[in-house]
Design a binder for this molecule. Structure first.
Ligand SMILES: Cc1ncc(COP(=O)(O)O)c(C=O)c1O
Length: 463
């Protein structure tokens, strides 16, 4: 009896899911007929499904608002978008529809804020949390923003020198935040994050440099855990350390009223992903409240800066399997028509896993394969190291092309790979399609950029 790829998926996962379904034996993602997309625009193809972004923001807000209500938490929640996860104009325009704040990491982010303001996509009341190490250029741009009336801009000190420089360039009293340097996870190479100010130095710094400084008001304490928000002893321990500083500071700095717990909500990187967002949100709110009650200080306004969670699940990349190479009797290499290094650099750099499935030929029998990229680099592959299990795909057949999709790839991949730049072996940037609903709830496609031409690549290289 032939065992079909469809049976394999059925036996291995709960299928269909909220985002994946089957129509006429072809895979759909949020109702997007992926094979139609391929027939229209070809492969390799990147897409962004914009409605998923607002959808995720609304869900997170609901979890926090519910937790605030259940725990009778005496303060509010603010959703902040961390721009570094995707800086594209279409992403910023989508997130801004949701009345969010934004978090910046570098000087050029401030140019994005100015651009959005000039286009009428935002106004001077927008809250801009300026994180990251502040080069002089970044300091000047933040100062210019505040001097021009963006009074809800909050620079977060990454080190104590930044305060002096900001005070020099900003003409008015301004709000300030301090980033706590968290302790790294025990298995990490380093003990303490290089980002932020050490726990032990914060109170002294406040007393010496901020308390009697009429120009600044300390409003926010910020911390970010590199591993993300997980229900682990390490996470709760770091949160409590941060709460200790908050309570200590709050007693001498009553104006401090915001705790920013950074980003780190995970996204689905495999079909068997489980994460109880509602539980963890409730636990965070409950623990903060309990701690503040014990310390007899008022509960802070909670901010998050979700990057991957905001944009990750909106993106996907589709490839064609060009051929199958068999180098011995066990290894079958399915060659994609692009490069993992170019389009999904995290698969190569940090062995990140993404959801991967065949788009067509679900009725065919399957085989175990490795996926190879087009560059000559032996590391340009995707394998079971990244994928939770071995990779199974419908059997390769020369005459009936096989297409595959990688999903939830919308965060970080474009900036890390240098979108539109020159890539390893000059593998070009694929075509990029934006997908949205029109006012009749019908899917509409728009080309954001065409596949990179040889002329574009040669121009970058100075030819
Ligand atoms: C300060 C800060 N906030 C937020 C984020 C976003 O994290 P994530 O994409 O995991 O939500 C990052 C990511 O590096 C960060 O450094």
């Amino acid at each position: 009896m032939k065992i079909r790829y469809a049976d394999l998926i059925d036996q291995t996962f709960d299928f269909p899911t909220e985002e994946f379904s089957m129509k006429n034996n072809l895979l759909e993602f949020h109702g997007i007929p992926l094979m139609d997309l391929i027939q229209r625009y070809g492969t390799p193809l990147k897409f962004t499904f914009l409605p998923k972004i607002s959808n995720n923001i609304k869900k997170a807000r609901k979890w926090f608002e519910k937790a605030i209500h259940i725990n009778k938490y005496n303060n509010k929640y603010t959703y902040c978008y961390c721009t570094k996860s995707s800086h594209f104009s279409f992403i910023l325009e989508e997130v801004l529809k949701n009345n969010i704040s934004i978090e910046t990491s570098y000087a050029y982010d401030i140019d994005i804020v100015k651009n959005l303001y000039q286009k009428g996509k935002t106004n001077k009341n927008i809250e801009v949390i300026c994180n990251g190490y502040k080069t002089l250029n970044y300091i000047k741009k933040i100062s210019e923003l505040i001097n021009n009336g963006f009074s809800n801009t909050i620079p977060i000190l990454d080190n104590d020198d930044e305060l002096e420089k900001l005070s020099l360039f900003i003409n008015y009293p301004f709000k300030l935040g301090i980033r706590i340097a968290s302790e790294e996870e025990p298995k990490f190479e380093f003990y303490t994050s290089r980002l932020g100010i050490c726990y032990k130095d914060i109170i002294v710094f406040y007393l010496n440099k901020i308390k009697n400084n009429p120009k600044v008001e300390l409003r926010m304490l910020h911390f970010f855990i590199n591993t993300g928000i997980k229900d682990t002893a390490y996470y709760w321990n770091e949160l409590f350390k941060c709460l200790h500083i908050y309570a200590k500071l709050k007693k001498i700095a009553p104006e401090l009223d915001i705790l920013n717990i950074g980003g780190g909500f995970p996204i689905k990187t495999s079909m068997s992903f489980t994460y109880d967002y509602e539980y963890i949100t409730n636990e965070i709110v409950y623990q903060i409240k309990k701690f503040c009650q014990k310390e007899n200080v008022s509960e802070p306004h909670i901010y998050t800066e979700f990057g991957a969670y905001t944009v990750g699940e909106s993106g996907g990349v589709l490839y064609k399997i060009l051929c199958q190479k068999r180098q011995n009797d066990r290894e079958k290499w399915n060659m994609i028509d692009s490069s993992f290094m170019t389009t999904l650099p995290d698969t190569w750099a940090i062995s990140r896993r993404f959801i991967m499935m065949a788009i067509n030929r679900w009725n065919d029998s399957y085989e175990r394969v490795f996926l190879g990229g087009l560059t000559c680099d032996s590391d340009d592959y995707y394998n079971s190291e990244q994928h939770m299990n071995a990779i199974y795909l419908p059997c390769f057949r020369k005459k009936t092309p096989l297409y595959i999709g990688f999903f939830n790839t919308g965060a970080y991949q474009d900036t890390i790979s240098g979108y539109g730049g020159v890539h390893h072996c000059l593998i070009p940037q694929p075509i990029h399609i934006l997908i949205n609903y029109d006012n009749k709830n019908k899917l509409v496609y728009k080309i954001f950029r065409h596949s990179q031409s040889p002329e574009e690549v040669l121009k970058i290289l100075g030819y």
